[in-house]
Design a protein around this ligand. Structure first.
Ligand code: PMP
Length: 327
């Protein structure tokens, strides 16, 4: 199925509907096709051990969707409509939620400029939709480290740009960098900052953390050029609760490379909704390749992963109130 809600200037959000998933008619002059005014979110619904169904921190996705809307000059969708639309699609497509430990129903809320108008100004009409798709485990047969390519050519976002928004254009702009990573035999691209080409921003679809030899974590700060990952935020809160120091600060590629050589950097991992937490294996760049330790799953990385997945899946106590039960 799909959920649709319309928006018109002066009228607000109206006509919420759940209907059979079908193509959406689009005029060739629909604003989004020309000026890419579009935003989206991604999250999962999954089965709990008692047979219930839950989502992980959907309120955080609602908040980020509102922030993305603000950056893209789009009207904010109230949290209530966002959450209700997810409940609706989960209810009607419940039989598509895979059972078992690892599967989930991936939910994709998105909104785009639907006004038929060829001109550069914010659209006066929008369409919000939610579609869903069952997904299996991200890793079959155990967590595998991701290999990454530090792109010398491309940046993801510049100061003042759209890096902190989850808009389709960011991903279109990342396709060439992703292709470059694949050509170099890597799974994901690492973006450096656009100004000095020196500091790590994030991966193509994940945030980055380093574990230092004193047990502390470091991660690039939210200065507007990276996506404020919900997994990133959860990792910070879990680590801090366990008494670990977490520093959000600029990390240069040089610090990563030198730290790997000296042992100052003990582990590196990436995190995001899809893979949750995954070790970073080989780091390839024009200045040569390196790994942190042996490039395998580190103890802190795997500990955090287990802790987070256990909370998500209802196997550990949810002291932060992150698990949003639908049934
Ligand atoms: N950065 C980028 C560019 C992403 O696409 C994602 C995936 N949404 C993330 C980071 C991780 O964000 P989250 O933990 O909210 O999935």
């Amino acid at each position: 199925h799909m959920v649709t809600v319309r928006y018109a200037d002066g009228k607000g959000w109206y006509e919420p509907r759940v209907e059979a998933r079908a193509p959406i008619p689009m005029d060739p002059a629909s604003a989004v096709l020309h000026y890419a005014q579009e935003i989206f979110e991604g999250l999962k619904a999954y089965t709990l051990p008692d047979g219930g169904v839950a989502m992980f921190r959907p309120e955080a996705n609602a908040a980020r969707f509102a922030q993305s809307a603000q950056r893209m000059a789009m009207p904010a969708l109230p949290e209530e409509i966002f959450l209700k639309s997810l409940h609706e699609i989960i209810s009607i497509d419940r039989q598509w939620i895979p059972g078992g430990e690892d599967g989930s129903l991936y939910l994709r809320p998105f909104a785009y400029a639907s006004e038929v108008f060829l001109g550069v100004r914010p659209s006066l009409e929008y369409l919000y939709l939610v579609i869903a798709s069952p997904v299996g485990p991200y890793f079959s047969g155990g967590v595998k480290p991701v290999s990454v390519w530090v792109t010398p050519d491309y940046t993801r976002a510049a100061p003042g740009g759209t890096g902190a928004a989850k808009c389709g254009g960011n991903y279109a702009a990342g396709l060439s960098a992703q292709a470059e990573a694949i050509e170099h035999g890597c799974d994901q691209v690492v973006y450096l900052d656009a100004v000095e080409r020196k500091y790590i921003d994030e991966l193509g679809g994940m945030n980055v953390f380093l574990v230092l030899d004193d047990g502390s974590l470091v991660t690039p700060p939210l200065t507007g050029t990276i996506l404020p990952g919900i997994t990133r935020d959860s990792v910070i809160k879990l680590a801090e609760r366990a008494g670990r120091r977490v520093e959000e600060r600029a990390i240069s590629l040089q610090e990563w490379r030198d730290g790997a050589a000296s042992g100052r950097v003990r582990e590196a991992f990436a995190c995001g909704t899809a893979a949750v937490i995954t070790p970073i294996g080989t780091i390839k760049s024009l200045d040569g390749d390196f790994t942190v330790a042996d490039g395998g799953p580190g103890e802190v990385t795997m500990g955090l992963r287990k802790e987070l997945v256990d909370i998500q899946r209802g196997r550990a106590e949810d002291t932060f109130g992150w698990v949003h039960r639908v049934f």
